[in-house]
Design a protein around this ligand. Structure first.
Ligand SMILES: [Ca+2]
Ligand SMILES: [Ca+2]
Length: 315
């Protein structure tokens, strides 16, 4: 009887060790799969694990902006079924970089008001307090009415702190990060009605309380204007609001046919053109222009209620 108990106890221990070891192996394999699947050429159709928490993170001490290390890899940029400026869909490879998990917030944007370079700030962000009486200036709402020049001034001030080299993402980095291994219209799939779990878009309540005549997403995300960053589910890299909330400035000059001239590795369009790119759509956009491949642009001094930015840290 006693012998039987000992055998059973030993068997239990072995089983525990076996299950624990198996769990570790699965965890490691899962982690490696994220980087490997992005890195390998033929892995674009693979579905990454949802909401990966396994990529390295780092928080910039002054602003509190958290960055996620995006693994190097290749993907297909653009869309052959989208607008003319999204074509051709083409293969691009990106080196590793650190992407901010969130858009820059009102609180973070104002940290550098006293920075010597802050004379470049147009400060419209502080004056645009509401839309249809709904507040836009809460600390955790994204900074908006930020021009490309304003974003560059913010980055210059941040770079002076000595905590790393920061910049705007290239358009290719932005789309690579937004897709996070997916090939669908949006990073959550191809259904517009699923948007409200993942993004603050022009939804049913936006339609009800806004004055925009265009089509809304057929769902209810509860935010008629900007929402506090990180209010919705992230993509597979753990990045929040890559689609919706506010459009995000990129480093690139805008050319309608930029993709025809892209290099395969780390492409950027810096033709010195007077227009700059922004990506991702916002709280007031129709579904057709809030997709991973959607592109928009304006002059570097342009600002609007729908336009903010997020930053990257160089690896
Ligand atoms: Ca909304
Ligand atoms: Ca956004």
């Amino acid at each position: 009887m006693i012998k039987g108990k000992i055998i059973l106890k030993s068997y239990g221990k072995c089983l525990f060790v076996l299950i624990y070891s198996f769990a570790i192996i699965i965890s490691v394999v899962n982690h490696e799969t994220i980087a490997d699947s992005i890195e390998s050429k033929g892995a674009l159709e693979q579905q990454l694990p949802q909401n990966s928490k396994k990529l390295p993170q780092w928080t910039e001490p002054l602003t509190g902006i958290t960055f996620i290390q995006i693994p190097k890899g290749c993907f297909y940029m653009g869309s052959d079924s989208g607008s003319v400026n999204e074509k051709p869909r083409h293969r691009v490879c990106i080196d590793s970089f650190w992407m901010a998990a969130h858009e820059v917030t009102n609180r973070q944007f104002q940290i550098f008001k006293s920075c010597p370079d802050s004379n470049l700030f147009t400060s419209k962000s502080y004056n645009t307090r509401s839309y249809n009486t709904m507040l836009l200036t809460l600390n955790d709402q994204p900074a908006l009415h930020v021009s490309w020049n304003d974003a560059m001034a913010f980055i210059k001030c941040l770079n002076n702190q000595g905590n790393g080299v920061f910049r705007l993402p290239t358009e290719a980095e932005w789309e690579y990060a937004a897709r996070a291994g997916t090939t669908s219209e949006w990073f959550w799939g191809d259904n517009a009605e699923d948007a409200c779990q993942y993004a603050n878009v022009f939804d049913e309540i936006g339609k009800e309380r806004g004055t925009f005549p265009w089509q809304n997403y057929p769902c209810f995300d509860r935010s008629p204007v900007t929402s506090p960053v990180g209010s919705y589910l992230p993509n597979a890299f753990g990045l929040y609001d890559m689609l919706g909330n506010v459009w995000e400035w990129c480093a690139d000059s805008y050319q309608k046919d930029a993709y025809a001239h892209h290099s395969v590795n780390n492409p950027i369009c810096n033709t010195g053109d007077t227009l700059r790119v922004f990506r991702g759509g916002s709280w007031n956009n129709a579904p057709a222009i809030g997709r991973c491949a959607s592109r928009s642009r304006n002059t570097p001094d342009f600002s609007s209620l729908y336009l903010g930015f997020r930053i990257v840290r160089e690896d």
